[in-house]
Design a protein around this ligand. Structure first.
Ligand SMILES: [Zn+2]
Length: 479
């Protein structure tokens, strides 16, 4: 192809302000030929492909190929496509899963992304998963599905809101579940763990970080073809470092450059993200790890700018199952489905008294800390662990106490695991009593807590040598 361009047989697309002429792009088993819209080009392309067949034995399947006449009269495009025995087609079209030539400011263009996300986060899945499981799935799905679009296009705010709505509905029990309650403000679900959030991350921060990476790449990959094309189109000469753009060129690059202004607006000066280093050697940036721009670091920085308030650290220990962590995280904020909380949210109940003792209002802190059953069980657990505890009034108190307890981080982790396991088992026992009319003896609950937390520490915490006989005597002494 290069030869045919240099001999004037095929006219590729000349990029202004550069000596680049793009005639073809190859990716995997896709080939794209680009050229001036002329009859000469069409005829010669047919001849070139014929020569290619004769020389290589590889026949081009014309019926599977398409001709796009961009800016050309439709009838002419159709006629010329017939000449090549290809199908005529027009913009917008999809190439490698990304729309080309579509108006990305229109919500309708984003429909495929929304449909995909919806199908991945369907309501039947929401019903079969715990809160923790739903959070994990939402994280995993976002990591794969819309990322393709978000890597290149700046999503309009309407699209971001719709995508967030799909995720929110899923987290709280699926779109068709009409009784779902958004227990915790979405901002807290999205916020990083460092500030007390659930660390789901927002779609906007993902989009912004992915796009910003292009700005860094523009100045750090001077030899890439796309960089040369962008610089040619926007009059950026080779020496200059910058991201200015020619005002009337609308399109993908313009929306990427906008990121700079957006970052400034959320009080992350662009200088903090990257600044010119040695002339001709690209940008330097604190978000670069092993010579690669680390999108996740920038994303976390954006989330922190959005959620500056710190709500205390929460011990997200790997050895505790996420469903338990998610439950305790919610209980700490009194955002679990107790009778009192449900009544406050307008759900009619026979009574808002504690489902266990029937004496006090059923708040999270009552049920899990000050209810006689909870007190009884926690006392047994403290005795078993041989820890002195008194005067804890709330789940939040308890987390603070456990997070600061003792001098040995390993023992502290074990204690946190046991206390979280106890909160979880109390909640399970309460639900079993209310919904299944089951009666649990305190001793039975304690023994469940002991065996469950043993399994977590031994298998999830990878303490494979842990022995039951020692654990049951004193769990904090077998590290
Ligand atoms: Zn009670």
């Amino acid at each position: 192809m290069k030869l045919t361009v240099s001999k004037g047989v095929f006219d590729g697309i000349h990029i202004p302000n550069s000596n680049i002429c793009v005639s073809h792009l190859l990716y995997a088993d896709d080939a794209l030929f680009l050229g001036e819209w002329s009859k000469k080009n069409i005829d010669n392309l047919a001849r070139i492909l014929r020569c290619f067949y004769v020389a290589s034995g590889l026949k081009v399947n014309f019926t599977k190929s398409k001709v796009y006449g961009i800016g050309a009269p439709l009838q002419e495009a159709n006629n010329w496509a017939c000449r090549l025995r290809c199908e005529p087609a027009s913009v917008p079209f999809t190439f490698l899963g990304v729309p080309i030539g579509a108006n990305m400011n229109r919500i309708a263009t984003w429909q495929p992304v929304m449909e995909k996300l919806k199908s991945k986060l369907s309501s039947w899945k929401a019903k079969t998963l715990s809160f923790g499981g739903r959070v994990t799935l939402v994280k995993a799905v976002l990591g794969s599905i819309p990322i393709y679009f978000l890597t290149i296009f700046n999503a309009p705010i309407g699209v971001i809101n719709l995508l967030e709505k799909i995720r929110r509905q899923f987290i709280w029990g699926g779109p068709n579940c009409n009784r779902n309650i958004n227990w915790v403000a979405w901002g807290k679900i999205i916020a990083p763990k460092k500030v007390g959030g659930l660390d789901l991350g927002s779609i906007r921060s993902l989009n912004l970080a992915l796009l910003t990476k292009w700005l860094w790449r523009l100045n750090n990959e001077p030899n890439a073809l796309w960089v040369k094309i962008i610089k040619g189109l926007h009059f950026l000469n080779g020496e200059e470092q910058g991201i200015c753009l020619r005002s009337h060129w609308n399109g993908v690059w313009r929306s990427i450059v906008k990121c700079k202004a957006i970052l400034d607006r959320i009080i992350i000066p662009f200088d903090e993200v990257m600044k010119p280093g040695i002339p001709g050697q690209g940008w330097v940036s604190p978000f670069v790890v092993n010579a690669e721009f680390c999108m996740a670091l920038l994303r976390e920085r954006i989330e922190r700018a959005d959620f500056p308030v710190c709500d205390g650290r929460f011990p997200w220990l790997k050895m505790i199952p996420l469903k338990v962590l998610g439950f305790v995280w919610r209980a700490k904020q009194n955002k679990i489905a107790t009778s009192e909380a449900l009544r406050n949210r307008g759900i009619v109940l026979e009574s808002s008294l504690c489902g266990v003792c029937r004496e006090s209002e059923e708040t999270g802190d009552h049920l899990l800390v000050s209810c006689p059953l909870a007190k009884d069980i926690f006392q047994s657990i403290y005795n078993w662990c041989n820890v002195q505890v008194s005067g804890l009034q709330s789940v939040s108190n308890m987390i603070d106490f456990a997070s600061k307890w003792g001098n040995c981080p390993n023992k502290r982790k074990t204690l946190i695991t046991i206390l979280f396991g106890t909160l979880w088992c109390l909640w399970r026992a309460r639900n079993d009593k209310i919904f299944n009319k089951a009666q649990w003896q305190p001793a039975k609950i304690v023994s469940i807590i002991q065996s469950q937390t043993f399994n977590w520490v031994k298998y999830r915490g990878e303490k494979t040598k842990l022995e039951w006989s020692l654990w049951i005597k004193n769990p904090l002494n077998c590290n």
